[in-house]
Design a protein around this ligand. Sequence first.
Ligand SMILES: [Zn+2]
Length: 503
Amino acid sequence: MTGRFPASADAAAGAAPSEPAGEVAAGRADLVLRGGAVLVMDAAATRAEAVAVVGGRIAAVGSSDEIDRWIGPATRVVDLAGRAVLPGINDSHLHGSWLGARWPHTFFGAADPAAAAQVAGTLVRTREERRAAILRAGRLLASSGITSYTEPGIGPGEDDGETGCFHSEVLDVYRELAASGELLQRVTLLSLYGILDGPSDLSVVRAGISSHAADAGEPGASDPAWLRVPGVKIFGDLIPLSRQAWTDRSYDDGTHGDLLVRGDTIERRAADLAEMVRAAHLAGLQVGVHATGDRTIGLVLDAIADAEAEPGAQRARDLGHVIIHGDLATPAQVRRMAELGVWLNAQAGIAAQTEEWLAGLMGADVAAEAWPFAEALAAGVLVLSSDAPVLDFDWRRGVADADARIVAGVGGGAGAREGGVGDHIAEALAAARARLHGLLRAYTAVPAAQDRAGDWKGTIEVGKVADLAVLSADPFEVGAARLPEVDVDLTVLDGRIVFERTA
Ligand SMILES: [Zn+2]
């Protein structure tokens, strides 16, 4: 990758420099990271060597020589010694309170599967326990370079839920932690008016959507830089592995799955799910729909398209709706997501760990076509996340798994081309780098867009918040497959160092 340095950091950010850069800069930085690979994660794959932070914001990005002007007596200087800096990682679908209550017991890939299987029943009961779980998750995630996440599904639907982790009080605790400045990540939270992984009633969800929309401007709402509640989580269907993704394909027992909506007939359930999506869209809310089957995904995309076509309705693109999981999404549906501006939020580890299982239930062809990461990446709609504690929150493993799946899908169909062996190697290397860039963006810049916060976070550009992760090596030198071996050395949140690796 060739370096592409902006002529000046101010020019890169589009801001008009009002004073000579040297005088503005002199000695003013709170924090400078220099002498490494600063991976901006903009679409152009800009690389720099150093970054200066003032008051929680990125003040300058450039060569080490340029940035050294910002160093003064009060500046903390981190010598990168060739290490890399990424924007802080954004795990855009992660259950923070549940993770904090369960860790290290994940559902897939657990270090101790027997112990993980033992975890059952209520995990948190009191406000104090909920607070402790969120803070614990925050520390774990900070140690992984994660500075933002989406907590997908907290609310009254789960006030009697088994684990206690999705109870309405969890939102109160998040608000409290946002107000006291104790959050170690910026949190986007989706309200849940139905129940988690269970059937919901249209009337209940619709009432929840109305109350949510009415509350949006409530006094005492949190600082949106730290906690936003922009919309709702809706369960469309369950998962293919339990034969409950609603699909045009067939499971091994001849069934096609179902929707997770109450109603006597499939037509009723389908109409009610569409109405939930419509109501949320027309209320101006972002909707994250748990949708794994192709029929469910198609229904949700139709509902979104219909809603935005109504007079006076906002564009789907401006609300940032999300298909969550999308296991059986077809290539045509992925293209439609791109047309509508709907994100596909997927977990590469689920594909890596369950493809064989899915092949047993639906056939090897279906399993090979499932989880269309290559299509989604090419279409610009792919957002990667961990769904922790379903998987662990290792985004490096997520990048490696997504890359492996894309590479496996490419197969040998590239065909013969002009040019020598050297050209082919160069081409393959360039493709691998472009893929890695895209997958790293799917954990940084793209989820910032999912959060509708792409103008102030997600890349290392002047004026954006200083949320950064320092890695022990440059991912582009290591490659996607070996990225899990790279350490997170330092995590910076809002200009503050919130994690520093000691060993
Ligand atoms: Zn989830």
